[in-house]
Design a protein around this ligand. Sequence first.
Ligand SMILES: Nc1ncnc2c1ncn2[C@@H]1O[C@H](COP(=O)(O)OP(=O)(O)O)[C@@H](O)[C@H]1O
Ligand SMILES: [Mg+2]
Length: 253
Amino acid sequence: MRHRCVAVLAAGALLALPLAVYQRWRPVRQAAARKAFLTDASHQLRGPLQALRLRLENLEPHLADEGLPGLEHVLSEADRMSRILSALLTMARSEGRHVPARPFDALAVVRERAAAWRPEAEARQVTLEVAGEPVVAAAVPGALDQILDVFLDNALALAPPRSRVRLAVRADSRHVRVSCRDEGPGMSAAERRHACERFWRGSDAAPGEGSGLGLAIASSLARANNGRLTLDAAPGGGLEATVRLRVRARGHR
Ligand SMILES: Nc1ncnc2c1ncn2[C@@H]1O[C@H](COP(=O)(O)OP(=O)(O)O)[C@@H](O)[C@H]1O
Ligand SMILES: [Mg+2]
């Protein structure tokens, strides 16, 4: 009897082991398959889309004047599709990437991205401000840059003329928070809950622009760097988008 019990327990343990391994690795395999599919699909679609755009452009000399606005419209839709494909590709690449985190000065990155976006802000008569102290954060190189580009792209698209967009860097002993606050229309609590879902766009988002992937990519980049992205109502109206990253670990050079 005792031997039978031991045999049953041993058989159970032997069965449980591969099951545990399978369950442990299943999400990893699924994520890898999803990433491979996203990468392949966006790569495969790019070629035909470029060919389609070229063929459309070649039609221009054969069109009557009344047809030209229609052609412009179709070309801008093709450009939008190509932006969506690039965003999908960026997203696929950022998922499950095991690039080591590196220390960097978060304020320097914020200043650099602000400088890159200032001409766009000026064209829209928006003042772009940066506040905060230098702080060494740890993330995959380029991640904070990309997240800030998403924040600024959205904030500047929606900020009214003569308003301010403020970038701020705040830190405590464990985390650095980089936020982008605008004075635009903001979002309701329900909209903020959905805004980081793939392809979600607000009802008043300009048709023909954007892909609904910006915040989804930014939030997946934040998670890949042990961080978090949050959206809050800015005091006085507008949106405050914040990414929280880790400060440099002790002993990390
Ligand atoms: N700063 C903002 N103020 C108000 N709404 C915003 C802001 N940023 C994003 N949104 C809303 O969230 C949606 C999703 O943003 P995003 O993922 O960047 O996609 P996209 O900009 O391509 O539409 C936008 O369509 C918009 O409705
Ligand atoms: Mg966007």
